[in-house]
Design a protein around this ligand. Structure first.
Ligand SMILES: Cc1cc2nc3c(=O)[nH]c(=O)nc-3n(C[C@H](O)[C@H](O)[C@H](O)COP(=O)(O)O)c2cc1C
Ligand code: SF4
Length: 491
């Protein structure tokens, strides 16, 4: 099954006709507001925090830190690009492990006594780039956090292709994907891990970050624990127990690190893991399950059909209620995992190396995350909600973004892959400048394939700096080979 490329839907009428034909209820503004009058240019004030506009840069790792967990020149380049983007909310920069066994790859940043200063300098590089471009006081309404994580099931701290999973609970489908076996965190280890999050949060504050994101998304530990229904003891079973780790981390940071805001990036819904169908390489769910019988297996907010999305969000509502009680207001909404349902997490036309051909029009995946964010925003009007998964919209991204913020469906529009290919998209939109068609991310997924091959991540096809690197050829060859195999399957 192929879907029309977004770039071919050149007018609002053509884009709308395609959405109508496909039954995707995604709304957008036909015209972009002139400079200064865009809803996206409105500042937001929350307690004593002022953020200058409604664009947010989502966290994105580059698999390019040193073995010790310090940033490299490539990391610094990416963060400077975040700084020049014009967006005023920096959601975490990238996932930073709180300790070595929690690294998702041997080149992930890690917060430690050794790395604290270089991570502080990384933040300063971003601020300096922002000031250089937008003026000496431009950072007064720039809000910068650091994402803290333990990679859990997806830890690979020592060798890129040697998983060293420490999961939240057994998972009959996912465990099969780890032939070397899966160890499960015991209760005492989780108790101790809370202290590692606190230590990393303290260092983040010392490094100048205004908030930390206690990451709970994408299949990593904080997320998998939320779905640990089949686990016994204090961290498993009922939602009250499954949220215990998150609660303890937040309370412990509050108790011992002052002057630091806490935020949470949450995969608010999920699906059964997908796999590639042998015949045509299209993604299919690995088991049939309905939202109701998913109550008996691991998973958080598992949805089987779009009609059940609202019901599947019950669990996310439970977590947000708890966070609201704890005084956490800043939430970044995302979904699924790049490892077992990439079409849900980052809708794309072309799959990454370990992915599959899209089982649906990627625009449906974009809509699903927008819809989930809108449902939650309506239920939690006093929380600040950032939406994700807009990159696939390409030329229509600003139109959908403007409408969503104007209608209050989200407070911020989060930008992921598009910032790798077109870092100054936000400033171009805010200034009403012509948009550079050649810079739009076309979702080739090379930035995900690179790391799957143990290479650095970057926009190999569109960012000339990366196109010129030797990794670009390896990544392109891997994509071409995978594509030919899929096409052969289709024939
Ligand atoms: C190369 C790459 C690295 C990513 N790293 C992270 C990460 O460190 N933390 C995180 O929460 N999400 C990460 N993501 C997910 C993005 O933040 C975002 O949710 C996703 O790409 C969908 O948004 P988009 O459509 O704008 O790309 C990453 C995505 C990509 C493509
Ligand atoms: S490699 Fe570039 S074009 Fe491809 S998905 Fe990543 S950012 Fe987009």
């Amino acid at each position: 099954m192929t879907y029309p490329r977004v770039a071919s839907l050149k007018t609002a009428a053509a884009f709308r006709a395609h959405l109508d034909r496909s039954g995707i209820p995604l709304a957008f503004d036909d015209e972009l507001a002139p400079a200064g009058r865009s809803p996206l240019a409105q500042p937001i004030e929350v307690d004593d925090v002022r953020v200058g506009n409604r664009f947010c840069i989502l966290p994105m790792e580059g698999w390019d830190g040193t073995r010790d967990g310090e940033p490299s020149d490539l990391t610094r380049r990416r963060w400077k690009h975040f700084g020049i983007s014009g967006a005023k909310l920096m959601w975490g920069g990238e996932a930073v492990a709180v300790r070595h066994d929690g690294r998702a790859n041997p080149h992930q940043l890690m917060m430690s006594a050794r790395t604290e200063r270089s991570i502080a300098a990384l933040r300063e590089d971003l601020v300096a780039a922002h000031r250089d471009r937008f003026g000496a006081n431009a950072d007064a309404d720039l809000y910068i956090g650091l994402q803290l994580t333990h990679s859990g099931r997806y830890a690979r701290p020592d060798v890129h292709d040697r998983p060293a999973p420490i999961a939240a609970c057994a998972n009959p489908i996912l465990d099969r994907r780890f032939p070397g076996g899966v160890r499960v965190f015991d209760d005492a280890e989780l108790d101790a891990l809370v202290e590692d999050f606190v230590a990393a949060a303290r260092r983040a504050r010392e490094a100048g970050f205004s908030f930390v994101d206690v990451k709970a998304c994408h299949g990593y530990l904080g997320h998998e624990l939320l779905g640990a229904r089949t686990r016994g003891g204090p961290y498993g079973g009922p939602l009250e127990n499954r949220t215990r780790f998150m609660r303890r981390v937040i309370e412990a940071i509050r108790a011992s690190v002052s002057g630091l805001e806490i935020a949470v990036r949450l995969s608010v819904f999920d699906t059964i893991p997908y796999r590639k169908r042998a015949a045509d390489h299209v993604g299919v769910p690995e088991a049939q399950v309905s939202t109701l019988n998913s109550q008996l297996s691991p998973g958080f907010g598992v949805v089987a059909a779009d009609e059940e999305l609202d019901a599947a969000l019950d669990e996310a509502r439970g977590v947000l209620r708890m966070l609201e009680r704890l005084g956490v207001k800043w939430i970044c909404v995302t979904a699924g995992s790049p490892y077992y349902n990439p079409h849900v997490q980052r809708p794309a036309m072309f799959p990454p190396l370990d992915g599959y051909e899209p089982p649906e029009d990627p625009l449906r995946g974009v809509w699903r995350q927008i819809q989930a964010t809108a449902i939650l925003k309506r239920a939690f009007p006093h929380m600040v909600l950032v939406g994700s998964a807009y990159s696939y919209l390409q030329e229509w991204l600003p139109h959908v973004a403007q409408r969503n913020v104007r209608e209050g469906l989200c407070d911020f529009v989060g930008l992921g892959r598009i910032v790798l290919s077109y870092p100054d998209l936000p400033v171009d939109v805010l200034r009403g400048a012509p948009l550079r068609r050649g810079s739009f991310c076309r979702t080739f997924s090379d930035c995900t394939t690179g790391p799957r091959l143990g290479l650095v991540s970057g926009c190999f096809p569109l960012d000339r700096f990366y196109s010129a690197r030797p990794e670009a050829i390896t990544v392109r060859d891997a994509r071409t080979e995978a594509r030919s195999a899929s096409l052969a399957g289709e024939r």
